[in-house]
Every structure is written in C-alpha cells, then in structure tokens.
Design a protein around this ligand. Structure first.
Ligand code: AMX
Length: 436
C-alpha cells in the first residue's frame, strides 16, 4: 500500500533499528564541547538536537528531507486544476514520509484532510466567545489546546497503549489537527476583522489552501496560489527554533499533539520569532510615508542610515544561521515577478534587496546582510488585499504545523525520551571556574 500511514509503518522499524545501532555502537563518541558562552548564549552553536525533516545550511539554504527548497517547490505535484503551485499537503507528505509524493499520494492527503476537517461545535463556541482584544495568535493557541478532547493519543494512552504504538495515535491526531487548522484560523480572521461573517464549511472540491482562503473570504485564484506557496515555505526550519523546539519539548512529556502544538504556537507569537513579519510592513509604511512610493536610491540610502542611526535594526534582513539571501525570500520574489511585478510594494522590496545588503556590509558587524523570509511576505499578502498585519503570524502558524507535527510523529516513532537538561547554580559555576 502507498498511503502515508502505510509508508510510515514500513519505514519506522528500519529507522528504529538504525538509531538503536548508532546508539549502541557510538553512544560514547563526542560531538563537541560545551563552553560557558554556549550555556549563557541561548545554547547557540551546540549540536544538541536531531532532526531529519529539514536542515538549514548557512550557504546552501533550506532543505526539506535533503531537497533544496527551490527544488521542493518545483517538484511538488500540481494536484489542483489551474494551479501553478504544489500543495502544502504534498509538503506534509514529503516532511513526514521523507520522500517526494507522487500526484496520487499528495492528493490523498488533501482528501484525508477534507474528510477529517469538521471542527467540533465546542471549538466554534470557544472562538465566538473570545473578546476581540485577544490577539489572533492567543486565540489560535487557545483553540489548538482546547481541541484536546479529540486526541486519539490520550484515549489510547489511558487504555494502556504500548510505547511502540504511540506514533500511530500521534499520527492520527496530527492529521486531524492539520485538517482543523484552516477552519480555526479563518474563524479567528472573520471574527476579528469581518464582524463574524464568513463561510465555515469545508468544500470537498477545494484543497487545504483553497478552503482556508475561501473561508476567510478570498476567492482570487492568485491569492490561493500565493497561500499554497506561503504555507509550503514557512512549514519547517530544523528543530532548534522556538516553535519547533517547544512543540518537541512539550510532546516529550507525552502531552498530546494539540497541547504540544499550542505550546509551540505560544512561542511563535513572540516578536523575535513569528511576529517579525509585521515589523517589516510597519517599517515599509514609515519609509513610504517619509519619502514616497518611488524614492531615489539616495533617499532610500538616507532612510536606511537614519534607521540604523536611531539604534534600530533593518527588519527583514539578517539571520541567525543563513549567510545568503533566504531561499524563502527568493521564491516569494520569483512568485511576485510572475504574478504582480508592478505592485508598488513588490517593486520597493525588490529595489531594497539591491540596496540594503551594501549598507549592512559596510557596518562590518552584520553576519548576514541579506534579506530573510519576512522581508517579502507582507507586500505579497497586501497585494491581494490582506492588510491585517496583526493576523500574519497565524498564517505562519498554520504552515508551521506541517513541520512540527511530522517532527512529533517521528520523535514518538523513535521513542525519544522526555527532555530534561541539567541546570546548575551560579555558585556551582563560580566554584568550578575557580578550580579550572
Ligand atoms: N540591521 C541592523 N543591524 C543588524 C541587522 C540588521 N538587519 N542584523 C544584524 N545586525 C547587527 C546586530 O544587531 C548585531 O549588532 P550588535 O553587536 O551591535 O548587537 C550584529 O549585527 C551582529 O548580529 P548577527 O550575528 O548578524 O545577527 P544575530 O544572529 O544575532 O541575529 C537576527 C539575527 C535575525 C535577529 C538579526 O539579524 C536581526 O535583528 N535582524 C532584523 C530583524 C529580523 O529581520 N528578524 C526576523 C528574522 C527572521 C526569522 O527568523 N523570522
């Protein structure tokens, strides 16, 4: 059989054996040393986590299951009539199974999510009762956690399911959660920004992205294709980032996927993580207000220097790992060049790409002067009329499910234990240092 679950059922025993072998044969080998600065610096630079769904190479960019992101986008099967993009469902298959799906396999995920997507009434009630001042991300986290009565894992665990079987229930929960997310996210959007109006029913002729856009009130097929691309690009980024790692950490306590994902999303809501995409638009709005939509190079350079002089960073530029233009930026720009190259925001972002790296390089301290994913996403969403910046991180969150949930399935499949790093007191450190 070729269903995703069957592919997993075949692959998991092999991977288990491989891991066990590595652990038995090489468990004592050293991967590096721990410096005080690593510990005091947010664990930066330590090889502490294993993650096979994706990998970020400083120079070569982002890989999903070993395939460069650009190639992922090019090769994902086009399952929707008239669409020029692959589907996020296909990306989920790739990240979970470790293999590029064929058209039938990608389509099968779409069909499964249509079937599983009927959101329980109590979740609608919860969302409808939310005060509009509760941030869209806080609503998203609350609803994700509140879906936990749906958990097949909890049910099986309480009935005494055995550890080697855990992944099957985590898989079921992950599939159901993905299926629920477009409805959850679109209800939040419509409740906050459209006075509660909007369609709440999944249409079985539409894929995951099309249903999501449709329920938010967007019918333009160009916007749906943008959403497909957006949801593919933001899905996975190794396992050390805050949202992925939090999901893993909470999942390691055997909290169910609804709770684990919700915890990860609480982290995504921070301004140093998922919230950064709205900062870029705020800055671009200021730029346009100060020097207009088609400023000269000199005017732009002066504006950038003023930003830096005021002690602020240029938002959308730089990265903790990447040392080249973020492929997610390039892929969005390629989409923009094909679909809306005359949009004033797109033109401005494209011009800035030519100007900002030079300025940042001259500072001499910026490790990566090139644009990241957030430098582009906002102007594209605005092109199609989605102006509610406060909502953008929810789109990121819906996408991130496609990465962190496969990571969770695999963690249980491989029997990853509860995470529990050891901490030490400052006193201990001082005594240790005085001896060394
Ligand atoms: N503009 C101005 N200065 C910058 C800069 C930028 N875009 N990026 C880095 N620098 C500065 C840093 O502030 C730091 O200065 P300091 O020593 O005076 O404090 C110096 O360059 C060295 O920093 P770094 O090693 O290059 O970056 P980092 O790994 O510490 O941080 C990041 C990475 C993304 C937080 C940083 O580049 C930044 O603040 N960028 C702007 C904000 C942004 O775009 N965030 C979104 C990140 C993408 C994402 O993950 N969602």
């Amino acid at each position: 059989g070729g269903s995703l679950k069957e592919v997993l059922a075949k692959k998991i025993p092999q991977e288990r054996e491989k891991m066990l072998g590595i652990k038995c044969l090489h468990g004592d080998k050293k991967l590096g040393e721990i410096k005080v600065s690593n510990v005091m610096g947010g664990q930066r630079g330590l090889l502490l986590l294993m993650c096979d769904t994706s990998y970020v190479d400083p120079n070569k960019g982002i890989f999903y299951r070993g395939i460069p992101l650009k190639e992922v986008c090019a090769k994902l099967p086009r399952t929707q009539k008239g669409s020029k993009e692959g589907t996020p469902e296909g990306a989920f298959y790739l990240l979970t199974a470790g293999k590029m799906p064929n058209k039938k396999q990608a389509k099968a995920v779409t069909t499964e999510w249509q079937k599983r997507g009927k959101l329980p009434d109590y979740c609608f009630k919860l969302l409808d009762s939310m005060d509009k001042r509760v941030h869209p991300m806080a609503q998203f986290c609350a609803a994700s956690a509140a879906l936990n009565p749906e958990s097949k894992f909890v049910e099986a665990y309480n009935k005494g399911a055995k550890k080697p079987k855990y992944w099957e229930y985590i898989y079921e929960d992950s599939m159901n959660l993905c299926a629920f997310l477009p409805t959850v996210a679109s209800v939040i959007y419509c409740n906050i920004f459209k006075g509660g109006k909007g369609n709440r029913k999944l249409d079985s002729s539409k894929d995951w992205s099309d249903n999501f856009c449709n329920m938010m009130g967007y019918k333009d097929s160009g916007f749906v294709d943008l959403m497909r691309l957006y949801l593919i690009l933001h899905a996975d980024h190794e396992s050390g980032n805050v949202s992925a790692h939090t999901t893993q950490l909470v999942g390691s306590a055997l909290s169910d996927p609804y709770l684990s994902f919700s915890a990860g999303m609480c982290g995504l809501a921070g301004p140093l993580h998922g919230l950064a995409n709205q900062e870029v638009l705020v800055w671009l709005d200021k730029l346009v207000a100060a020097i207009g939509c088609e400023p000269s190079d000199e005017q732009i350079l002066k504006f950038i220097n003023d930003t830096l002089k005021s002690g602020r960073v240029v938002p959308g530029y730089g990265h903790a790992v990447l040392r080249q233009t973020d492929p997610r930026f390039s892929l969005q720009n390629a989409f923009a060049m094909k679909n809306c190259k005359n949009d004033p925001g797109v033109k401005l972002v494209t011009r800035l790409w030519k100007l900002i790296p030079k300025v940042l390089k001259e500072l001499g301290k910026v490790a990566n002067p090139y644009p990241n994913v957030d430098a582009h996403s906002g102007v594209l969403l605005q092109h199609y009329g989605m102006n509610e910046m406060k909502y953008y991180t929810v789109l990121f969150g819906v996408s991130r499910a496609l990465g962190v949930l496969p990571q969770l399935i695999w963690a249980r499949a491989l029997g990853a234990p509860i995470e529990r790093p050891k901490s030490f007191t400052t006193d201990f450190l001082c005594k240790f240092l005085s001896k060394s």
